[in-house]
Design a protein around this ligand. Structure first.
Ligand code: SAH
Length: 258
């Protein structure tokens, strides 16, 4: 059996309880050493066989899993954040299925939530944006044409950009080309939830300078949108004038059931 496990954004206690339990039981662990905090390996048994996938190819990773499976051993494949985002798990899952090897996935706290937490931010502020766009700039991995950053920027929604902190001038240019105002709030969050976490608030226009001033090039998220500091409306859910399924209206407000 192979368990894909989300390691969370960095801090060792931000893995899920299920993920930590699987790590404790694992005979073999393959972790993404470029981004997974090695502190998480403290959950592993002393006799656990540990591989760092940063130096391995897909075939090498699969070979380790196959060998473990043939010996009746359990493997944990530990991916940073949540494995469903830029995790390259699909190709592993398909290859395992083709070989008749069982696998499952345990979700993790994505770094995008670690970054929001670091800023005390809410992506979905009433009156500002009710949508979050999770995307990246095209790099060695392409992005479908309709998802070019300038096209997505046109929505004015909250945005979280992965894998793009090393290309901040291009990020700025694309966001401006998509019609965002130069003073649209932006932020860089470096190593969210790690001990050396760093947050920088700036604007779309000053993104490249902010990155340069703080020496941020990788392991960072770029967050963009009015949610970072625009005025907003208070939520209806906690509005005293609104009735909900669990609470009557307090100020003679409208009845509302959801
Ligand atoms: N599956 C991961 C993303 C992997 S892609 C997740 O859900 O978070 C790798 C990219 O994620 C990095 O280039 C960076 O943009 C972002 N990233 C990963 N960990 C991070 C962290 N602790 N702080 C900020 N960004 C991080």
């Amino acid at each position: 059996m192979v368990h894909f496990v989300g390691a969370g954004p960095g801090a060792a206690d931000l893995i899920t309880m299920r993920g930590a339990a699987l790590l404790r039981e694992a005979d073999v662990v393959i972790y993404a050493g470029s981004l997974v905090n090695p502190e998480l390996l403290q959950y592993c048994r002393a006799d656990c066989e540990i591989h760092n996938s940063a130096t391995m190819t897909l075939d090498e990773v699969l070979a380790v899993m196959e060998r473990a499976e043939a010996a009746g051993r359990t493997t944990v494949r530990l991916h940073t954040g949540d494995p469903s985002l830029y995790g390259a798990i699909r190709e592993q899952i398909d290859a395992l299925r083709a070989r008749g090897i069982d696998c499952d996935v345990t979700p993790g706290v994505s770094s995008l939530f670690g970054a929001a937490a670091a800023l005390g931010a809410e992506f979905t502020l009433p009156g500002v944006s009710q949508s979050l766009i999770v995307t990246r700039l095209a790099g060695r991995t392409g992005v479908p044409e309709g998802e070019a950053l300038r096209e997505l920027a046109r929505h004015g929604a909250s945005m979280a950009l992965f894998l793009s902190a090393g290309m901040l001038a291009r990020v700025r240019d694309e966001l401006l080309a998509g019609g965002l105002a130069p003073d649209t709030p932006a932020a860089l969050v470096y190593k969210a939830t790690w001990p050396d976490e760093k947050t920088v608030r700036c604007t779309v226009k000053t993104l490249p300078e902010a990155g340069e001033a703080e020496g941020i090039q990788k392991t960072a998220l770029v967050l963009v949108g009015g949610f970072l500091n625009a005025p907003y409306e208070k939520s209806k859910l906690y509005d005293a004038a609104f009735a909900t399924e669990f609470r009557p209206a307090r100020d003679g407000g409208m009845e509302k059931t959801t």
